[in-house]
Design a protein around this ligand. Structure first.
Ligand code: URA
Length: 230
């Protein structure tokens, strides 16, 4: 089943126009503006965060606050610029007070992200933190267990190499997390260059007791096994 609504989002311009005018969830009432994304819509590398914060809501650009500056320096550290990648979020409007996005808000917004992925066709999607990772992997397994482990996922019509890493905001406060984030980031060039065969994901078969998940959620975890993308 397609996760998308193709006639509505035929092209990038249609998608952006639709997203900028979106009123599908209550975040539309409190946002300053929709933060659609930034960068090259033909990029090989797509970063997906959680949702806009205050600075992003004011400027209309994702990852421009403190976490954004860290992300930018990590991107530059692997020889790329923000203009050469694409940066987007799970939800395109700021949750008030920077609270976590609610399940209904994610559901209302997710077709925008899925369609961005289909149109960009990146070589790799880097999910930053739990919200992006759980949405894109279709698995309840959290970032602590899956960071740094690439996996193949199918989103609508697209097969995508997903690479979960810690959210830069979390790494701002914990040196140990920052070190792990930096280490995971260093693997990105080789992942993009296709020099390495994806290794099996350690999370492949957690039991419901381990995850607290319903059986259906565990089945989704099992679907994230490697298919040898490169
Ligand atoms: N800024 C964003 O655009 N997204 C996040 O997830 C955090 C900060």
């Amino acid at each position: 089943m397609s996760l998308l609504e193709p006639p509505q989002f035929a092209s990038w311009a249609d998608l952006e126009r639709e997203a900028l005018a979106c009123t599908k969830c209550p975040l539309a009432e409190t946002r300053t503006q929709v933060v659609f994304g930034v960068g090259d819509p033909h990029a090989g590398l797509l970063f997906v965060g959680e949702g806009p914060g205050e600075q992003e809501d004011l400027t209309g650009e994702p990852f421009v606050g403190r976490a954004g500056r860290l992300l930018t320096s990590l991107i530059e550290g692997i020889g790329l610029s923000r203009a050469e990648v694409y940066i987007a979020n799970v939800v395109k409007c700021r949750p008030p007070g920077n609270r976590d996005p609610l399940a209904d808000e994610i559901k209302a917004c997710q077709s925008h992200l899925f369609r961005q992925i289909e149109l960009i066709q990146p070589r790799a999607v880097v999910s930053l933190g739990n919200f992006a990772t759980k949405l894109l992997s279709g698995s309840p397994v959290g970032i602590t267990r899956v960071h740094g482990q690439q996996q193949n996922v199918r989103l609508g019509e697209s097969e995508v190499l997903l690479y979960p890493i810690y959210h830069p905001a979390a790494a701002l406060y914990t040196q140990a997390m920052l070190s792990v984030l930096e280490e995971d980031f260093r693997r990105l060039p080789e992942l993009l260059g296709g020099k390495q065969t994806p290794t099996p994901v350690a999370i492949a078969t957690p039991t419901p007791a381990q995850t607290g998940a319903e059986p259906a959620e565990t089945a989704a975890v099992e679907e994230t096994t490697q298919l040898g993308f490169f």
